[in-house]
Design a protein around this ligand. Structure first.
Ligand SMILES: Cc1ncc(COP(=O)(O)O)c(C=O)c1O
Length: 403
């Protein structure tokens, strides 16, 4: 990796900030834990964002604030610059998180006991959005192919054909597998959804985090010419580590659908944006493209380190290829340890906190998700801990010994 003006390797202590990821690390009474679980970064937001927030705080007045044209135009300009995706600023509705948007939309748009299609393994709150609102999850399994995953289009079509199916929640890039679906795959999904009149909510919160040399194909860009109801959610919460600021966008080209969504938000008594969050995002959109490019190189470096280590040292652990996101998906099923045993060793002996595969569905038992949005030293420390937790187990004998 070349010289960069950005430092992603400084370790910052988040204890005392009430950070969700580190809460367990401070309360379980044992020696300090290394938290590589919940999907936020151990890397500070870019300097222009911090500066804009400080200036906004300095102003001193934090009254009711609208997103405003400048913000909506910045969102559209970012989609064009980063993803070559033309959207109109009027299509953008702001909200205080992608999950609140999804939950809201489900409550407002779906008749009770609808079927909702989700690809599995799945980010658990996507399933909660369905079940907690009285609907039925219809799973469409991603199929493991070597070190990656593929869509089973027949199963997806079957799921959409179900009479009760009203909605497909697409997560692209995909958490936890790290897939960045191709234009062909997305077109195929869109055409099937359109054929069965299934609405699509495209969760593209990881969309800015496609690792080089890949690029995001925004779902709405493959909907041109299709009679389909679709919306896409994005924001800088993952991109620039602003999740706690609670500002996201939902892009809804159809005026009718957009008005229904805005109405649902209003009926919930919600209005406006947080002025400090708005200032942060405006600076992020305007000034932080180069920072993001450097961050993606740093994450790609962390990914490569884990891939390499798994191939050479952690026999039995298979690293799934990560095309996007800062989340590494590891298959530990060949180590000879079951998930509970491995998690127990990781947390209680090695003091490493990761996300267990079974959190993402039964088919993911024996996997683990490692958050690599962190300084390099945290990655190497995590790898040593995983190696010690697995120890000299049966899986190692699978590796051909070389002279
Ligand atoms: C796929 C996916 N959607 C949504 C979210 C959360 O988004 P927000 O904080 O905007 O609600 C996450 C966070 O991990 C995520 O991985």
């Amino acid at each position: 990796m070349g010289m960069t003006e950005f430092d992603f390797n400084q370790v910052i202590d988040r204890h005392g900030t009430s950070a969700a990821k580190w809460a367990h690390a401070t309360t379980d009474g044992g020696p300090p834990l290394l938290a590589m679980s919940i999907a936020d970064m151990e890397i500070p937001a870019p300097d222009p964002v911090l500066k804009a927030m400080a200036e906004r705080v300095e102003h001193g007045i934090f009254g009711y604030t609208m997103a405003g044209d400048a913000y909506l135009e910045a969102v559209a300009a970012w989609q064009m610059e980063r993803h070559h995706h033309a959207i109109s600023p009027e299509w953008v509705v702001t909200h205080h998180g992608v999950l609140p948007s999804l939950f809201q939309m489900i409550r407002a748009f779906l008749p009770s006991n609808s079927g909702v299609v989700v690809m599995t393994p799945a980010f658990p709150p996507l399933l909660d959005a369905i079940t907690l609102n009285g609907h039925r999850v219809i799973t469409s399994r991603l199929v493991r192919h070597g070190d990656s995953y593929a869509i089973d289009f027949e199963a997806f079509e079957e799921a959409c054909r179900d009479q009760a199916t009203r909605l497909f929640i697409l997560c692209n890039p995909h958490n936890p597998t790290g897939r960045n679906f191709t234009e062909d795959e997305l077109r195929h999904l869109a055409s099937i959804a359109a054929r069965y009149r299934v609405m699509v909510f495209a969760d593209e919160i990881h969309g800015d985090l496609v690792l080089p040399p890949g690029r995001l194909v925004p779902f709405l860009s493959v909907c041109d010419g299709l009679d389909i109801e679709a919306m896409a959610a994005n924001g800088l919460s993952k991109t620039m580590n602003l999740a706690g600021l609670g500002l996201s966008n939902i892009v809804i080209p159809s005026q009718g659908l957009r008005e229904r969504f805005e109405d649902a938000v209003r009926r919930n008594g919600e209005w406006g944006v947080n002025p400090v969050s708005r200032a942060a995002a405006l600076a992020g959109y305007a000034h932080c493209g180069a920072w993001l490019d450097a961050l993606l190189d740093h994450i790609a470096g962390n990914m490569a380190l884990v891939d390499d280590w798994c191939a050479r040292e952690l026999a039995g652990v298979v690293a799934v290829k990560t095309e996007a996101t800062y989340l590494k998906w590891l298959d530990t099923t060949r180590t000879g340890l079951d998930e509970e045993d491995l998690m127990d060793r990781l947390v209680n002996s090695e003091r490493l906190l990761v996300q267990a595969g079974s959190d993402f569905g039964v088919m993911a038992r024996g996997f683990l998700r490692l958050n690599l949005a962190c300084p390099r030293t945290m990655v190497t420390s995590a790898l040593s801990r995983i190696a010690r937790a697995i120890g000299p187990v049966a899986g190692r004998s699978n590796v051909a010994t070389r002279p």
